[in-house]
Design a protein around this ligand. Structure first.
Ligand code: SF4
Ligand code: SF4
Length: 330
């Protein structure tokens, strides 16, 4: 399958993430093993200059059928809808993208910018940035809500800022194997294999969460939900189960989850590392949990917090080790 990767308005972090895919032979070998040939990428492929333009022309005119079209970065419609804020070979990039998408069997938005607008669309959005098929949480975007690629699927949003390399590679391999169906996408058109988990699942701070033993400041070991802005109990992603580079995640690095896989994450209305509260209760509560239950459970948990858990939660290293069970004790 022929894969063309186009970079629109972004930081390039999604490509950087992709290059971190774990495979001892590298990501290109991993894709090749699935029958995928990366025929064009501004940073990774040899084709450049006239050779690349010929390839783009052939694909945009339909002379070359693209199996997989990956767009990284938001689409700039400005100024005044002309798209001239980002030009490629004399044309607005958004024109290229529309023409390429019309001849692609599958279209993938790689990263939250390409999916929903992301960081690039924040603030006054003077660039008129949007996603391929969403403008924030509104359907539409550059291609329109009714767009379907030649194989029948809407834009597949591999959202994340950046997405985990495994999300990108697994999505591409599923498409190569012709096993990704419309009902395998969630309400935001993200592959459900990574969004039917919460970031909270597998977080090493779970014991602190259970007792609402919360970090008071950056570097504390405690749960980051109550004070430090963590949205892991609401964020759809498997970041603490499918670790980054086999070892890491935002939480494991000491940072709150800011739910970068969802539209609008870039402007939460409060500092990323602070938890907004009303009457001392976080406004963003765990999904699937009624507020009254959370309040009751939190009060009970706090009253039963073991000294070890409470003390360790407020330190940057464990102060008290867990007790040792006596052998054979029931
Ligand atoms: S830090 Fe966030 S993800 Fe980790 S246990 Fe607390 S709420 Fe869950
Ligand atoms: S932990 Fe949260 S902020 Fe970090 S990559 Fe995963 S979804 Fe994004």
């Amino acid at each position: 399958m022929k894969l063309l990767w186009v970079q629109a308005a972004g930081c390039g972090g999604c490509t950087q993430s992709l290059l971190g895919a774990e495979n001892r032979n590298g990501v290109l070998a991993q894709l090749a093993a699935g029958g995928i040939d990366l025929i064009g990428h501004p940073g990774v492929c040899e084709a450049s200059g006239d050779e690349m333009l010929d390839l783009l022309d052939a694909a945009a005119d339909g002379g070359l059928t693209l199996d997989l079209l990956c767009i990284e970065g938001a689409l700039l419609r400005g100024p005044n809808g002309s798209g001239r804020f980002q030009m490629l070979a004399g044309r607005p990039l958004i024109d290229w993208v529309c023409r390429l998408a019309a001849h692609a069997r599958h279209v993938l938005a790689i990263g939250t910018c390409s999916a929903y607008g992301g960081i690039i669309s924040s603030g006054d959005n003077v660039g008129e940035a949007c996603g391929l098929q969403f403008d924030g949480d509104q359907e539409g975007g550059l291609l329109g809500a009714d767009f379907r690629a030649l194989a029948g699927l809407p834009v597949i949003n591999v959202a994340g800022c950046p997405p985990h390399p495994g999300w990108i590679v697994d999505t591409l391999l599923l498409l190569a194997a012709d096993t990704l169906r419309p009902d395998n996408l969630d309400a935001w058109q993200r592959p459900r294999f990574y969004t039917e988990q919460l970031v909270h699942h597998g977080c090493p701070r779970n014991e602190f969460y259970e007792f609402k033993a919360s970090a008071q400041q950056p570097s504390d070991l405690g749960c980051l939900m109550e004070n430090m802005g963590c949205k892991g109990t609401q964020a759809n992603a498997d970041c603490n189960l499918r670790l980054w580079h086999g070892v890491g995640s935002c939480l494991r690095g000491g940072f709150a989850c800011i739910s970068c896989t969802e539209p609008g994450f870039e402007e939460p209305g409060h500092p990323f590392m602070e938890t907004p509260k009303i009457a001392g209760i976080p406004t963003g509560l765990p999904v699937d949990m009624p507020k009254a239950w959370f309040v009751a459970l939190a009060a009970l948990s706090k009253s039963a917090t073991p000294t070890r858990v409470r003390e360790n939660s407020r330190s940057d290293h464990p102060l008290i080790a867990p007790g040792i069970r006596k052998s054979g004790k029931k």
